[in-house]
Design a protein around this ligand. Structure first.
Ligand code: GLN
Length: 481
């Protein structure tokens, strides 16, 4: 029996039926990682001892016939910007190469309580800044569908690990598309939850008004299980939202025949890959055939999303990353002979510790926030952000959800966009507005172009994760039946 390609529910069944033990399951995944991750490079750290101790706990519970949670014993992979106590947490940056997390992120606390097994930490673009996983200081993760291609980023390691069956599910983080883009490129499911739904406590901050943690999974059902486990109000995150919204919304009645689906015309633009467009349109047709009403809508400020995102996110990043001086986190690598003052220590550590993209963003953000430019850039961007949010509020008066592509192309070749940051930024064109507006959005596979997967994005109203997951399930059922 192949243990590593089962869904969470099937694995759970296998565990309680004693078809296999949690320790056997963990061994099967770790062996597969050992064999196959040399070529994919999805993991940065393997937490073998932690994984086995968690698995043994669950086996004990099963042998005592105790009830176990759905996630108990399920081997997971965690993006390396989410803290797991006593495990190295690098954010794929040299500046944190030796940093060991001193506490658990709230999502990890929750998963540990549920009994999940943590296999290790996955690769990402340094500090989650990137769209291809090529900005990692520790090497690029390769797309399991085609090893010459990128996984998408920044949660590339998590998406690749799920796609290659190197874990049962993974966690990623999404500031401008970092869960959805790699999920789309690797052919798996990814959910970016409503801002405030999942605690960010213990997530290494990139852009705090945009960052959200979310699941990357093999199926929509798995995605719902993980989302339910990690979401909820948390006193440790001041942007966390009280769960009463969720309870109200879970009562929503959903029927595909009554569904009004909006197709934003700004998301079908010239320059988009024709084959990708075909797959997306085919998926839309499937909903139409089931009785959903398809309505063309307009989000007129979409064209400003990219510049607004790159001003707001870099401004916030420049403030968030000011704490890395090489002294407080990780070990300073500065040679005593090279520094004369404290300032030299900072300059040396930050100069050596950060990669080019991170430096580029710190400079951009510092400039946008600097006196004399603040009003022209940061404040202006915040105002346009409000307009982008209002675009969504307006269309959600007429439709229940929006369907769009996740990306204008399938996974591109490794190295193809590294010389030109602007072409790389364009990969995020369909994902960033969702973060600016704080909305939930799902990426799910809707077809293949050659060996490569195409992702459909379902964008929902705030706190309507359940609804977009159900709508996604309808298509998943059609495509897999
Ligand atoms: N690709 C985007 C960026 O580089 C999004 C990253 C993310 O969502 N963390 O900023």
């Amino acid at each position: 029996m192949n243990l590593t390609n089962l869904t969470i529910t099937k694995t759970h069944q296998g565990l309680i039926n004693k078809d296999f033990s949690a320790v056997e399951l963990t061994k099967a995944y770790l062996n597969k990682i050992k064999k196959e991750d040399k070529k994919i490079h999805s993991f940065l750290t393997i937490s073998k001892d932690l994984a086995f101790s968690q698995a043994r706990e669950i086996d004990k519970k099963i042998s005592k016939k105790e009830n176990i949670d759905l996630l108990a014993g399920i081997p997971s992979a965690i993006k390396d910007n989410i803290m797991v106590e006593d495990i190295r947490c690098t954010a794929a940056s040299k500046i944190l190469e030796n940093y060991v997390a001193s506490y658990n992120a709230t999502v990890i606390e929750k998963l540990k309580k549920a009994g999940t097994v943590i296999l290790g930490k996955t690769n990402l673009d340094e500090f989650a800044m990137g769209s291809s996983c090529e900005n990692s200081a520790f090497g690029t993760t390769k797309n399991p569908c085609d090893l010459k291609r990128v996984t998408g980023g920044s949660s590339g390691g998590s998406a690749a690990a799920v796609a290659a069956d190197l874990c049962g599910y993974a966690l990623g983080s999404d500031t401008g598309g970092s869960i959805r883009l790699p999920a789309s490129f690797c052919g798996v499911v990814g959910l970016k939850p409503t801002y405030g739904t999942v605690s960010r406590y213990g997530l290494i901050a990139f852009a705090s008004s945009l960052d959200q943690i979310g699941p990357i999974t093999k199926t929509i059902e798995d995605c719902k299980i993980v989302f339910d486990a990690i979401s909820g109000w948390d006193e440790m995150d001041s942007t966390s939202v009280n769960s009463k919204f969720k309870i109200q919304n879970s009562k929503l009645q959903f029927k595909i025949e009554n569904l009004r689906i909006g197709i934003p015309k700004e998301y079908f633009v010239k320059g988009m890959d024709k084959e990708v467009e075909k797959k997306i349109k085919k998926a839309i047709k499937k909903y139409e055939a089931r009785g959903a009403k398809i309505i063309e809508v307009s989000l007129p400020h979409t064209e400003y999303a990219l510049p607004v995102y790159y001003i707001i996110s870099t401004s916030e990043a420049s403030a968030n990353l000011a704490r890395y001086d090489g002294i407080r986190y990780g070990k300073s690598k500065v040679k005593k002979s090279r520094v004369k003052s404290l300032l030299d220590v900072y300059l040396e550590n930050r100069g050596q510790g950060f990669g080019d993209e991170v430096k580029r963003r710190i400079m951009l953000g510092t400039y946008a926030l600097s006196s004399g430019y603040y009003d022209a850039y940061y404040l202006k961007a915040q105002k346009v952000r409000t307009l982008i949010k209002q675009d969504f509020e307006n269309v959600f008066k007429k439709v229940d959800v929006l369907l769009t592509p996740v990306s204008p192309t399938t996974a591109f070749k490794i190295g193809e966009k590294t010389d030109n940051p602007l072409t790389m930024y364009l990969s995020d064109i369909f994902t960033i507005s969702v973060n600016l507006a704080g909305l939930p959005a799902l990426s799910l596979p809707c077809g293949m172009v050659g060996k490569l997967s195409v992702g459909l994005q379902i964008i929902g109203k705030p706190f309507e994760e359940e609804r977009i997951l159900e709508i996604g399930k309808t298509l998943e059922n059609i495509l897999t039946s």
